[in-house]
Design a protein around this ligand. Structure first.
Ligand code: BG6
Length: 505
């Protein structure tokens, strides 16, 4: 018996059950929830796909994914048999109306087996163009009108632009109530991202200085060393701005910039976030080049290994204009943030895998120390490392020990590994548990998604009307194109990176 309250009986249908996301993320997450006794006492997981599997082969495939990608990989694995008994596979054609009756039959059978009506959760991890049709066909099943226990989870990308996102919202809300719809942004499930609210609102120290009077600018870097990893087909219709900025990075900005919520109720938090999105300045298409920089990686070398350029990747058009890097300067037009720039950058094939948020404070108003003391003087800075390092560091000045006065920046560091036992759940564990519990706080509401699209549409439009002339424009293992340096240097700042740990011997 678990020593915490488990969610009510749940039946999960995963569309895209034979796909990559389920293999790498969802199944390992569900299995870890099971090991940690967070799965309901009564549950079933049904993978849905076109590929042919019997239950046993399907379970074998999932186990293979778990052994490669679970945060517990390598640990002794004694729970699999118990867990896998709950897993089955349903081969069906999601475009065929008649096949949906099979889902209704499974629900009925499980209801009889559990002796109660379970939460019925449909997880859509499929190509975005299939979503409206699947939602419509599901909506026709009478189980979907049960607004309290039937839920639908929508994986990203949520639309391709504002118009398609709006259409998708319309078709979802014609079948389901908003409270049944869980739009995933997996960054919101990360421990370090959730902790931003604790840092800001559970401490009295930061909030009084968390504004334009004390903060000079904010930076967000989400850099990856990988290329598009065989996802060329998807990426050709996306690009870095759509893939990372429209969702994950704008959500990080919301966490940094939102006003204090009066409660942790889902809609209260989401209202505060949507206020930030609505206050982000909408730039004109004509001035997009002053605010946004795009890049695409060339072939080259990555830590001693030869790697192809984006245009040479599988399923990529050899003349592709798609961005694999984007940097944008945002402004939030409200009392707290007026005129404070928020610089963000993200890219593939960058020098380090790192996601960090930097809060750069203004310099001390008066500097009384002799000039020679100040050679290494720097303003205060708070750096929140989201991944792979998980820490928060506050930089301040100290006097170097010795007879002369020399100031030196030092870091005060809170490290998750040192403070806690280092077994943080993965984002998908948190989010799947929230869906089973019916807690929508960490999910995107319809208006949030559309507000985020509105912000980036002028940049997308500008980029689409003016194809890039210099692609590829950055080498692998770099920090992106020169223009990204110029974007921030023009304002007298520079991008912050953390010192790298030396490679393990
Ligand atoms: C996904 C993007 O949403 O996030 C991928 O589609 C990207 O392109 C991934 O690699 C990054 O996620 P994480 O959790 O590894 O930072």
């Amino acid at each position: 018996m678990a020593n915490h309250k488990q969610p009510p009986a749940s039946l999960l249908f995963i569309f895209g059950g034979s796909g990559d996301l389920n293999y790498r993320k969802l199944s390992p997450a569900l299995y870890n929830l099971f090991i940690d006794e967070w799965m309901p006492e009564k549950f079933g997981i049904v993978g849905i796909g076109r590929s042919k599997y019997n239950d046993e082969d399907y379970r074998k495939r999932l186990l293979d994914g778990i052994q490669q990608f679970s945060r517990r990989k390598g640990e002794p694995n004694g729970h699999w048999d118990d867990f896998s008994r709950h897993v089955s596979y349903l081969q069906m054609d999601a475009e065929n109306d008649a096949d949906y009756q099979k889902i209704a039959d499974i629900v009925k059978n499980k209801e009889a087996e559990f002796g109660e009506h379970p939460n019925v959760i449909f997880y859509l991890s499929v190509a975005p163009q299939l979503m409206p049709d699947i939602a419509k066909k599901l909506g026709a099943l009478n189980i979907c009108s049960d607004t309290k226990s039937t839920r639908i989870v929508i994986e990203k990308p949520f639309g391709h632009d504002l118009k398609s996102a709006h259409e998708l919202n319309k078709s979802l809300t014609s079948m389901f109530d908003e409270e049944q719809i869980y739009r995933i942004d997996h960054y919101l499930g990360k421990e370090t991202v959730q902790n931003i609210l604790a840092l800001r609102f559970a401490n009295a120290l930061f909030e009084p200085i968390w504004n334009r009077n004390y903060i000079e600018h904010v930076q967000v870097t989400v850099a990856e060393t990988v290329g598009v990893e065989g996802r060329g087909g998807y990426y050709e219709n996306s690009g870095a701005l759509r893939d990372m900025v429209q969702n994950h990075i704008l959500q990080l900005i919301c966490m940094i910039a939102m006003e204090a919520p009066v409660s942790f109720e889902a809609n209260e938090i989401r209202n505060k976030k949507v206020d930030v999105l609505n206050a982000i300045r909408k730039i004109n298409r004509e001035e997009a080049h002053q605010y946004a920089v795009r890049g695409q990686y060339s072939e080259g070398w990555m830590k001693g290994e030869k790697v192809p350029g984006y245009k040479q990747e599988k399923s990529v058009n050899p003349d592709s204009p798609v961005d694999t890097f984007a940097a944008v300067k945002f402004y939030i037009d409200n009392w707290r943030w007026q005129d404070v720039p928020f610089y963000v950058r993200t890219g593939k094939r960058m020098n380090q895998k790192t996601s960090i948020i930097t809060i750069q404070f203004r310099p001390a108003p008066n500097f009384a120390f002799p000039p020679e003391a100040a050679e290494t003087w720097r303003s205060n800075r708070l750096t929140i490392s989201i991944q792979p390092e998980m820490d928060i560091r506050l930089r301040f000045q100290a006097k170097r020990p010795g007879q002369s006065v020399t100031l030196n920046p030092v870091d005060m560091i809170f490290s998750y590994d040192q403070a806690f036992d280092g077994h943080e759940p993965e984002a998908y564990e948190t989010l799947l548990l929230d869906v089973m519990e019916g807690n929508a706080t960490l999910f995107m509401r319809a208006d949030q998604v559309e507000a985020a699209w509105k912000i980036i549409m002028p940049i997308l439009d500008a980029w689409e009307t003016r194809p890039p002339v210099d692609f590829p424009n950055y080498a692998p293992d770099s920090w992106g194109p020169e223009d990204a340096e110029a974007l921030i240097a023009r304002d007298g700042h520079n991008w912050v990176t953390l010192p790298q740990a030396p490679p393990a011997q």
